[in-house]
Write a protein that binds this ligand. Structure first.
Ligand SMILES: [Zn+2]
Length: 411
């Protein structure tokens, strides 16, 4: 009897914990360390899995020292990293520093599991289907499939919890979408009333003609500022993003999708020798990029732009491979060269305007290449203001459009 009662209490307690976690609104992964399941489940925060620093240190067999504002982690091989939560900085063994998000919840500092584990020499794998995050530093461990089989109960439990959360999120999204639709309708009706006056003012301006803004290599720490500028000029743009950056700046990715910009793919590594290793490697990078995009913003993209543009490396066999998987290849026809003239806004401005005007004369729609970088923010307002003044409207690249690329591959 006593035993039964204890068991009941435990079950009720567990249910309460599970519900609280779901209500808190974060997805969780099942954490496997070599061949063992951890009883701590990392939470998904802005595209990365997090857990309390002390729990992760225990899992990785790493010593913790310092203060909550200055945490030192050291392993037996003297690999040592320092975390500074107030500044959001991680300093590695070699002294280099990177920006990371280190949230504090209920007095515990949370740290990104994969990033930290890699620093201490762990191989990190993630199986999205079973939400299994594995940290491996021992030889001869189980394959993911066997690991999942052996820990079926834990996998299913975690999956059910996450499925419930997905349902809640989906329900909430539907409500919000409906609210947004009504709000938009209301605004349109209000604007209709003002159209009469505006029509007169715009009579002497040329008719709207499309121009397509595209930004490569993001998201970055500057994406939010970039979005603010685009908003100011009521401009929409297409972002060819790198999968690894998406994890770090997933909030900006969510925002750009919500604000009606077009998310698109630029691969994972941006390293020539890796991306163009084979058609399969190129496809794998785009698919992986798409997974990261989906995790961050719950959308996928069919639009791709390979690193450095598609010529000369993206030859027929590569294009066949990518296009047979539904992707559309996009290069550009206006190169701002903003990466080259970083300190020379005037040069970038002139290049863009001259090329846009030249294409316009030939009746070709301009596809402008910019980069998501600090320097571009300086020149962008003047470019947008002038294009707008000249009657251009900023449109999105879409999968339905005939692709513009250096190979004239219109598939
Ligand atoms: Zn690039």
């Amino acid at each position: 009897m006593y035993k039964k009662l204890t068991l009941m209490i435990i079950i009720v307690f567990c249910m309460a914990v599970v519900q609280t976690a779901a209500a808190a609104g974060n997805h969780t992964a099942l954490l496997g360390v070599n061949d063992h399941v951890s009883d701590i489940q990392p939470e998904l925060i802005e595209g990365s899995y997090y857990m309390p620093v002390r729990d992760l240190a225990a899992v990785l067999s790493v010593q913790v020292a310092g203060t909550p504002d200055d945490i030192a982690l050291t392993d037996a091989n003297y690999t040592s990293i320092t975390l500074k939560p107030p500044a959001g900085i991680m300093i590695k063994t070699d002294g280099s520093a990177i920006e990371i998000k280190l949230p504090v919840q209920s007095g515990k500092t949370l740290v990104p599991v994969a990033l930290i584990a890699r620093e201490f020499g762990y191989l990190v794998t993630y199986q999205a289907e079973s939400r299994l995050l594995r940290l491996i530093n021992a030889p001869g461990v189980q394959t993911d499939d066997i690991f999942v089989q052996q820990n079926q109960d834990a996998v299913v439990k975690n999956k059910e919890k996450n499925d419930r959360l997905d349902q809640e999120i989906e329900a909430e999204r539907k409500i919000k979408a409906e609210e947004a639709r009504k709000e938009k309708l209301k605004k349109e009706q209000e604007q209709k009333g003002q159209k009469g006056r505006k029509g007169q003012e715009q009579k002497d301006k040329p008719a709207k003609q499309p121009v397509y803004l595209s930004f490569d290599d993001g998201p970055t720490a500057h994406t939010d500022q970039l979005l603010d500028i685009l908003n100011k000029y009521e401009a929409k743009a297409t972002f060819f993003m790198l999968g690894n950056h998406i994890d770090t700046y997933s909030t900006s990715v969510k925002r750009l999708v919500q604000e009606g910009h077009q998310p698109a793919l630029h691969g994972m590594t941006h390293i020539k020798s890796k991306f163009y290793l084979s058609p399969a490697a190129a496809l794998q990078e785009m698919d992986a990029d798409n997974e990261h995009l989906y995790r961050a913003a719950k959308v996928k993209s069919k639009l791709i732009r390979p690193p450095y543009g598609s010529k000369p490396y993206l030859v027929q066999s590569y294009r066949d491979k990518l296009i047979s998987h539904g992707y559309h290849l996009w290069d550009w026809n206006v190169d701002s060269e903003d990466w080259k003239y970083k300190s020379n806004s005037k040069a970038v401005y002139n290049r863009v305007m001259n090329q846009v005007h030249a294409l316009h004369k030939k009746g070709i729609k301009p596809i402008i290449l910019f980069h998501d970088q600090a320097e571009t923010l300086k020149v962008l307002p003047s470019v947008l203001a002038e294009l707008k003044r000249e009657g251009y409207s900023f449109e999105l690249i879409t999968p339905e459009m005939t692709p513009v690329n250096f190979w004239h591959d219109v598939r």
